[in-house]
Design a protein around this ligand. Structure first.
Ligand code: GLN
Length: 468
């Protein structure tokens, strides 16, 4: 798709401005139903498109992403544009600078259609925790698009943007990609700069692309990756040379990812995908990641702990909204309490309470420190398994897109949706979600291809073959 747009712009089949107007119109119309955008950046988009048209007219070399209509999860900063993180506490916050990923895309002539809806501060698996109403699934608007990058996935699936940037702390790119039938990449931890991404759980967060094909996902990843002096956890790329040819490829199937209680259609589609891979010449190897069962518990200790620390900055003074104080008698602590009490949603408060408890004196060793030890065991599992195989194939989620409201009264059942995606963030390895089938009622199902650290190239090669 991106390559085609690029060729069409060069051949002057349409101008960047015409293409942008077309996307703005569709995004605006469909947003009434899908609520995939919190902000549509019409003025910016039109100006950026005109700049691209000027570049084309000048005859200068045109970057591949120039003029391609994009969107960005509302937790990533774009200078001069409102960034809410889908929270009331940042309802009127305007970003003062560009995230590194945005700087890189702007250098390539990005056209920004708007900022995508998501769960508040990226906590959730359905986009229902947005303070701006949930986004809806384009395949069935009575269902969730997944989350937390649900607006990103819905926008790409409904052709309101060609690609979107999301963030993935425990599955937030891959699960919505799976629910909406698009491709999504969670890169190796450290491959993409987090500068300008509002921090949720810093040791797990990664920015990554969602797009309609593996090729487009790869193009966007190549544009945003790289070490950045503004993010000390970003590291120089260490691309590995793993097998990409199916006739020599070893695919591991971890038994822990096929569990009781998972949806039978999901299981069938994934097993069929593995069967197709075998027919194409890959060697299928049953493997085990023995600490998988502990990954969800480890995640739901580390994630709230880091989140409670990161969200302390929203104090009513430095950023965003401040609750009104009635008389002159109140103390600083009352400003904090009132602001946070009034403007944070229920899930965010739940995680802050959990995280504060986990990090408190007397419990730190029993929870946070213990979770970090088990985290090392989980990483060890992946290290060992990638000595035996090139990639792993698993489901992305145990179910296809569920109904709006279905899990909102039971946080634990929502957390269980993350069972197949969180181990990847806990270990820091990359994983790609690729659409591989549908349920009988037409809901998309994605397969998760997991690679070793810095194995993105292999993921794209395998993903492309499965996509074909
Ligand atoms: N659903 C998970 C959570 O609520 C993951 C969210 C994410 O990846 N941002 O924490």
């Amino acid at each position: 798709m991106i390559e085609t747009i690029h060729q069409n712009l060069l051949a002057k089949k349409y101008s960047a401005l015409e293409l942008t107007q077309d996307y703005l119109k569709r995004a605006t119309e469909k947003n009434n139903e899908l609520n995939a955008f919190i902000t549509i950046t019409k003025t910016e988009a039109l100006q950026q498109a005109k700049d691209v048209d000027q570049l084309i007219a000048s005859g200068a070399e045109l970057p591949l992403l120039a003029g391609v209509p994009a969107s960005v999860k509302d937790i990533i900063l774009v200078e001069g544009v409102r960034a809410t993180a889908a929270s009331k506490i940042l309802a009127s916050y305007v970003a003062p600078y560009d995230a590194t990923v945005i700087t890189k895309l702007k250098e390539q002539g990005m056209v920004l259609i708007g900022k995508n809806n998501c769960d508040e501060f990226a906590m959730g698996s359905s986009t229902e925790n947005s303070a701006y109403q949930p986004a809806k699934n384009p395949f069935d608007i009575s269902r969730v698009p997944g989350g937390s990058s649900g607006g990103s996935a819905a926008a790409v699936a409904a052709d309101m943007s060609v690609y979107s940037l999301g963030s993935d702390t425990g599955g937030s790119i891959r699960q919505p990609a799976s629910f909406c039938g698009v491709v999504g990449l969670k890169p190796t931890y450290g491959a993409v700069s987090r500068y300008g991404l509002m921090a949720m759980a810093s040791s797990l967060d990664q920015i990554g692309p969602l797009a309609r094909s593996v090729a487009d996902t790869q193009i966007v990843f190549n544009a945003i990756k790289g070490q950045d002096k503004m993010d000390a956890t970003s590291t120089p790329a260490k691309p590995i040379n793993k097998e990409k040819n199916f006739s020599n490829l070893k695919i591991g199937v971890p038994k822990e990812y096929f569990i009781a209680g998972m949806n039978s259609e999901v299981e069938e589609v994934i097993k069929n995908t593995i069967h197709v891979a075998e027919k194409l010449g890959a060697q299928i190897v049953p493997v085990s990641l023995p600490h998988t069962e502990q990954a969800l518990a480890v995640y739901y200790i580390i994630q709230p702990a880091e989140t409670s620390a990161n969200l302390a900055r929203f104090d009513g003074i430095r950023y965003g909204q401040r609750a009104a104080i009635d008389n002159g008698d109140e103390k600083l602590i009352d400003v904090y309490k009132k602001t946070r009490g009034q403007y944070f949603g229920a899930e965010v408060k739940r995680r802050i309470v959990l995280g504060t408890y986990i990090l408190s004196a007397g419990y730190y060793d029993a929870y946070y420190k213990q979770a970090q030890k088990v985290r090392t065991l989980i990483q060890q599992d992946f290290k060992e398994v990638f000595n035996q195989v090139d990639v792993l194939i698993t489901p992305v989620a145990p179910h296809p897109a569920f109904k709006l409201g279905e899990k909102m009264s039971d946080p634990l059942s929502m957390y269980l949706e993350d069972v197949f995606t969180v181990p990847i963030n806990v270990a820091g390895v990359p994983a790609l979600s690729v659409p591989v089938g549908k349920t009988k009622t037409g809901l998309p199902i994605g397969a998760q291809i997991i690679g070793p650290w810095w194995g993105e190239e292999t993921l794209f090669a395998v993903g492309q073959t499965l996509e074909n």
